[in-house]
Ligand binder design. Sequence first.
Ligand code: NAD
Length: 267
Amino acid sequence: MGFSVTLENKVAIITGAARGIGLAVAKRFVMDGAKVVIADVDDTAGHEAEEDLKSLGEATYIHCNVAERLDVRNLVAGTLNAYGDIDVLVNNAGVVAGSSFLDLDEEDFDRVLAINLKGTFLCSQAVARHMVEKVEQGGDPGSIINMSSINAVVAIPDQIPYCVSKGGITQLTKTTALSLAPYGIRVNAIGPGSIMTEMLATVNSDPAARNKILSRTPMQRIGEPSEIAGVAAFLASADASYVTGQTIFADGGRLPLNYTVAVPDGD
Ligand SMILES: NC(=O)c1ccc[n+]([C@@H]2O[C@H](COP(=O)([O-])OP(=O)(O)OC[C@H]3O[C@@H](n4cnc5c(N)ncnc54)[C@H](O)[C@@H]3O)[C@@H](O)[C@H]2O)c1
């Protein structure tokens, strides 16, 4: 039997998919045959993404703030209304709030944790309830993928709530995976290194920032969103049928590296 990564006729919700890594995952899933729901708070970018993806296959935009329980409930209902099922959830929506430890506002701490960590819990619980019901009626189990980060393991001193939220995602991934394993529902995470999206925008214009990143990147380049989408496509597919509770790091070799590597000259 040949190698195949396909999501033919699967229904996938991807949060934070109006741009960046989420949009790349949505695009890859549509190309692999999935019907995709783009969930985001940026309605303009979300509708643009929907139009873009409709030229490749099935896609729908639904407004959803993942930190709001009622929005999440509407997301699940809207997806079932549009496509009648949910096979895959990618919890990708995420934000940062940079500040030194001593100056960090309580509001920023709460906001980042509410979106990155609680939002992942709310979406997972709402979708898992549907998935479990489906399994109990003899249907196929689905799969959940959480967007973590290398910052679940290493840390940045002025990105406190972000690093805390991603550390939490490691344990949320494990506890959700163990809770849903009896139903055959798989739960995994992806830990990207530095990926070229708006989250990393300053790097384009700041050689010092670029050099800092590359000195900690043995593969000597910043990653592309499509390289994270490939890992998501694998985890969502039947090829990953015995993989659960794991975080796969796609980081160009940063986590195994102690010290730094030489940086090639800028382009
Ligand atoms: N870019 C990187 O280098 C990198 C590295 C490691 C991990 N990640 C993770 O990947 C994910 C995507 O990052 P990105 O770089 O594509 O970011 P991005 O800022 O380009 O996109 C994030 C998307 O999430 C949406 N969003 C923000 N708050 C939301 C909310 N409350 N509800 C729903 N949607 C919301 C935004 O509107 C946006 O479309 C994040 O979880 C991030 O932590 C990114």
